[in-house]
Design a protein around this ligand. Structure first.
Ligand SMILES: NC(=O)C1=CN([C@@H]2O[C@H](COP(=O)(O)OP(=O)(O)OC[C@H]3O[C@@H](n4cnc5c(N)ncnc54)[C@H](O)[C@@H]3O)[C@@H](O)[C@H]2O)C=CC1
Ligand SMILES: O=C([O-])CC(=O)C(=O)O
Length: 331
């Protein structure tokens, strides 16, 4: 039996993500939580003829507790999205507190659940989540994930467009670092199968993967950021975690994790000099089975991109950690 939870389920990402989880044969129970409209979204989804049982809760009447009790996987897309002209870091002021309070609920009501953070800025909200779980003595780094799958999905799509490959799903590009602008580092030299990008298109391709989010923010022109592609990516990652828990082997997805606490991660943390970093992660029954280190093989241009990413990440991580210790949770 798998119980999946979406916190922020009535939002632009939350609704299509909940739809995908509702129709997944891997989910038996789906609980939706939001500060608005979650009972309505749950009622709507509950008419779909798939087995998962759906419930929806608001904060009143112990809603967070009822949502989270018994949860195996908790996906968190709660929080405000960007408008044109904003950076992901501009969302920190509001979203940091939202993530802190929701993860406090996780610590209290489902401390063993896998926690998948989508809320931006991911580079800082995942360190906040880690600090909250630590403060409550329930932090298992193998169970906390920053969802960077959309960067991986974009990399496959954009590489396929340039190389003329018909099915972008056949191209796997490891994307490492963080999840914002130049902290996103696509390792195109390690793409599988290997790809040859025309030299005059390489910088543009890297830039498009790093700033793909801005492309959508601009096109939506004030109506928010990526929601449908994010729901696809968030579902892909949640499904990967659930499949690995059910015993499927060989599942590897990049994710932003606390490296010193996961198998294989300590050596990578030393190499990059930051504790939170996205790397390809092999998933197992307990979450991260192994963090893999791709850096030995990368080229000089990619090393330069990494240097820039690490610098930005340091600031973002410190900001999250400081917030979590300075502003304790309200629950
Ligand atoms: N990791 C990634 O790759 C991506 C992350 N995002 C981020 O995901 C977040 C959500 O984006 P959208 O769904 O487009 O925003 P949205 O505004 O459409 O939905 C957010 C939902 O969160 C709810 N919410 C706010 N405070 C809450 C609380 N305390 N508890 C429960 N629910 C709460 C809102 O009521 C709303 O329904 C944003 O921070 C956005 O930047 C967006 C795209 C990609
Ligand atoms: O760009 C944004 O604000 C939303 C996001 O994280 C993405 O689309 O990658």
């Amino acid at each position: 039996m798998v119980k999946a939870v979406v916190l922020g389920a009535a939002g632009g990402i939350g609704q299509p993500l909940s739809l995908l989880l509702k129709v997944s044969p891997l989910v038996d129970e789906l609980a939706l939580y939001d500060v608005v409209n979650s009972p309505g979204v749950a009622a709507d989804l509950s008419h779909i003829s798939s087995p998962a049982k759906v419930t929806g809760y608001l904060p009143k009447d112990d809603g967070l507790k009822n949502t989270l009790e018994g949860a195996d996987v908790v996906v968190i897309p709660a929080g405000i999205p960007r408008k044109p002209g904003m950076t992901r870091d501009d969302l920190f002021k509001i979203n940091a507190g939202i993530v802190r309070d929701l993860v406090t609920g996780v610590a209290k009501y489902c401390p063993k659940a896998f926690v998948l953070i989508i809320s931006n800025p991911v580079n800082s909200t995942v360190p906040i989540a880690a600090e909250i779980l630590k403060a409550n003595n329930v932090f298992d780094p193998s169970r906390l994930f920053g969802v960077t799958t959309l960067d991986v999905v974009r990399a496959s799509t954009f590489v396929a467009e340039i190389t003329g490959v018909e099915d972008s799903r056949t191209i796997v590009v490891p994307v490492v670092g963080g999840h914002s602008g130049d902290t996103i580092v696509p390792l195109l030299s390690l793409a599988k199968p290997s790809v040859s990008i025309p030299a005059d298109k390489l910088d543009g391709l890297v830039n498009r993967i790093q700033f793909g989010g801005d492309e959508v923010v601009k096109a939506k022109d004030g109506a928010g950021s990526a929601t449908l592609s994010m729901a696809f990516a968030g579902f892909r990652f949640a499904e990967a975690v659930i499949k690995a828990v059910r015993g499927e082997k060989g599942i590897v997805e990049p994710s932003y994790v606390y490296l010193p606490g996961v198998p294989g991660g300590e050596e990578i943390a030393k190499a990059v000099g930051v504790d939170f970093f996205a790397v390809p992660v092999e998933l197992g029954p307990n979450g991260v089975a192994k963090a893999t280190n791709p850096f030995g093989l990368i080229n000089e241009a990619e090393k330069k991109l990494l240097e820039v990413a690490i610098k930005g990440l340091k600031t973002n991580i410190d900001k999250g950690v400081e917030f979590a210790s300075a502003e304790p949770a309200k629950l």
